[in-house]
Design a protein around this ligand. Structure first.
Ligand code: NAP
Length: 269
């Protein structure tokens, strides 16, 4: 890798900066395409100042993750239409000094699901109404999925359901709703390490016609996915959403389509 005065810097803002797999994925793709870009971690001590740094240091773009996806919004100049409706960003592009926030989580999740099923006309139960769930809810509605949102905090779940035009239910109603559902998505943080012995859905509610996606990526196979496998459901790992949201960001960072195979090999290396 040659670093010179023309090198475009892409940064990473997130508490997972030590363990993120994005450095390997992006840098392998930059190398393969012979692009003079580098993807590096940033340690964010003061978010406002860090955002000023994007502008003042001429950083080309930044991937954004927990805990900054919502907090960063107020420091940006503009949000694209998708990020605006979600209210959170996972990418910032520096367009000649103008910082524009975007969000590829929802479409990334939809692309992961579409590797195994179509979404149009399918009954999709979405667990959660946080940042990732919001992104997914809009993207699933864009695909004409028949969406049902379940969330612990009623007010937050109901707000999201109203915003996307879907049904909201509480967890105690899940057993009835899941019987004729086609797709179940866990978009809560339940199941994440170190509390990876938890699932919001009991095994007896899962049926073999159900496709189960868990967007939690650590561990790769959550308790929910393990149970779903036992019940002969098709499963989708959160890692596939992580992959696709990163692929979509690559285009935003560089304007160039991604060498998918190279990025995929880096993710699974
Ligand atoms: P978030 O905004 O903090 O939302 C958390 C969600 O989990 C909320 O709906 C919350 O419900 C629910 N929740 C938390 N504790 C709960 C409990 N004890 N019982 C029931 N529900 C509970 O987080 P996020 O950014 O959406 O991220 C959620 C998960 O998705 C994380 O594991 C994250 O790593 C993962 N993620 C994966 C990808 C990917 O590409 N695979 C992308 C983004 C995020 P309340 O509203 O009731 O609090």
């Amino acid at each position: 890798m040659k670093i010179n005065g023309e090198t475009q810097i892409i940064g990473f803002f997130g508490s997972t900066y030590k363990t993120s797999k994005m450095y390997a994925m992006y840098n392998a793709a930059f190398h393969t395409l012979n692009l003079n870009y580098i993807y590096v971690p940033f340690i964010v001590n003061d978010l406002k100042k860090a955002v000023e740094g994007i502008r003042n240091l001429g950083i080309k773009g930044v991937g954004v993750t927990i805990p900054y996806k919502i907090a960063i919004v107020k420091y940006l100049d503009e949000l694209d239409e998708n990020a605006k409706r979600i209210g959170a960003v996972n990418v910032v592009i520096n367009n000649n000094g103008k910082l524009i926030g975007g969000n590829t989580d929802g479409l990334g999740g939809v692309k992961a699901l579409k590797e195994v099923t179509k979404i149009s006309g399918k009954k999709v139960i979405l667990l959660g109404a946080g940042g990732a769930a919001r992104a997914l809810a809009f993207a699933i509605k864009d695909e004409d999925g028949n969406l049902v949102i379940v969330n612990r905090t009623e007010e937050i779940g109901d707000d999201l359901a109203k915003a996307v035009g879907s049904k909201f239910i509480q967890f105690h109603q899940l057993d009835k709703e899941i019987k004729d559902a086609d797709i179940l998505i866990n978009a809560t943080s339940i199941g994440m390490a170190p509390n990876d012995n938890k699932s919001l859905v009991d095994k007896q509610f899962l049926h073999s016609d159900l496709i189960v996606m868990d967007i939690v990526t650590n561990p790769k196979e959550t308790k929910l996915l393990k149970m779903a496998k036992k019940m002969r459901c098709k499963i989708v790992y959160g890692e596939r959403m992580l992959f696709w949201q990163a692929v979509l960001k690559f285009k935003l960072f560089t304007g160039i389509g991604i060498p998918i195979k190279v990025m995929e090999e880096s993710l699974y290396a």
